[in-house]
Structure formats: structure tokens, C-alpha cells
Design a protein around this ligand. Sequence first.
Ligand SMILES: Nc1ncnc2c1ncn2[C@@H]1O[C@H](COP(=O)(O)OP(=O)(O)OP(=O)(O)O)[C@@H](O)[C@H]1O
Length: 250
Amino acid sequence: MSALATEGLTRDFGGFRAVADVSLALAEGARHALIGPNGAGKTTLVNLLSGALRPSAGRVLLGGAEITALPQHARVKRGLARTFQVNQLFPDLTPEGAVGLAVLERQGLTGRWWRPAAAHAAEREEARALLAGLRFSAAEMRAPTRSLPYGRQRLLEIALALALRPRVLLLDEPAAGVPPGESRAVLEAVAALPRSVTVLLIEHDMDLVFRFAERITVLAQGAVLAEGPPAAIARDPAVRAVYLGGPAHG
Ligand SMILES: Nc1ncnc2c1ncn2[C@@H]1O[C@H](COP(=O)(O)OP(=O)(O)OP(=O)(O)O)[C@@H](O)[C@H]1O
């Protein structure tokens, strides 16, 4: 059974078909990447998966169960998480505090502000362990998020998603906007994500895609143009014609 699958997923905007009859299947623990030229429909497809958009036709299945009609929060509860831009949401919180809140959210305890401080120790501990796994130093965990380098802020997005203990994680351009000097740390953290999490990476950076992915789906004009292991995708003449261009990738 696939961890995440779509069947004939289609989305029209007026007369324009942004996603056209896309059928995808991610195996448990998959390291799958979705690529395609600008306007290929990647963002629309992710929005259909996360529940931000409803399809015009087709189905989305999580662990074999249909979730097509479920709103975003219900999908998150069932184990489908996506990263989102935290620097707009938590500029004054520390990473430790923000991830601690996400742990509480998972536990359904966010309303209980009255709990004694000692009761927060467990989620703080979990938050620290999670951030340490993403190679945050103790000082970085306790600094206001806004003061951290952008690469660290993007890693915090991943930490917040992981705090929900997802079965499937949608990683939307985790290294976008990160300066070259910091992007290596983001890349390593993505590569080191636990296998218990199935990952779909949406990414423009071909180095990251070809280092991370074991399978790649190429979208073009809303439809699946090709799918396969990286070596086959890099060689595929149709893919190179519409997207990669130039010499084959490793
Ligand atoms: N809300 C909308 N209304 C109308 N057209 C839309 C809407 N959202 C997306 N589109 C169109 O659908 C097509 C696919 O867009 P989408 O953003 O999904 O592509 P993308 O592959 O994510 O592109 P990029 O790599 O540039 O982010 C584009 O032609 C876009 O103009």
C-alpha cells in the first residue's frame, strides 16, 4: 500500500487545466521528488495534496484511505504534514519554544496554558532533541527565531513539521532563498530525515533533487511527463528537452 497516492488528480482554473490527470504513488519511506519547469503545476499539486485546494476531479489517498474531501487540519491529524514559512509566524519565539508548541499541538494540549511550568519540561525536552537532530546548537535553540540565519529558520520549518510526527512530509523548496554558505546544512538535514517519514520534495535545485531522491516525478503542463529513478530521469530525452537541458545530471 502506498503511503500517499493520487488517482487521476485534476485541477482547473476556469478553462485552464493546471493539474491534469496526475496519478502518483509514494511507497512507505520513499524519498520522492517532484520537479518541473515554472508553471508546470507543482505548487497546485502540493496544494491539492495538503488540502489547501480541492481537485476538479480525482482522488488523494493517505495510507490507502481516501482524504480527498478532508480539510487541511484533518489531513495533518492523520499524518500528512507540510512545511510552511515560520519566519512570518514566530519571529519572537525561540526554536525551542516554537517546536515545544508544535509538540503540544500534536498532543492536543495547546489550550492548557494554566499547566504548571514543570509540566512543560517533557515537550521542551522533545523539542531540544528534535532540534539537536537538525544540528541546532543549544544557543541557537534559545535565540529569538528572527535573529537566526535564514538557513536555520528554514530548518525550523522542518522541525515544526516533524514535531507533528507525520507519516508523510511535503517539503516545499526547503533551501529556497538560503545563501550558498548555509544551504549545505539544510541539504544534510533533509538527507538525514528518519525513514519512518515518507518524503515528497518539491524543489528547483537539481543538486538537492539528485542527491536526495530515489524516485523523481517530472511534471510538465500539469501532467506527468516521466517518472523513475534519478539516473533514468537524467537520461530521459523528453525530460531534458522540456526541463533539464544541457548535459545529463549524475
Ligand atoms: N489560482 C489560480 N488561478 C488561475 N491560474 C492559476 C492559479 N494557480 C495557478 N495557476 C496557473 O496554473 C499553472 C501552474 O501553476 P503552479 O504555481 O502550480 O506551477 P509551479 O510548477 O508550481 O510553478 P513554479 O515552479 O513557477 O512555482 C500556471 O500556469 C499558473 O498560472
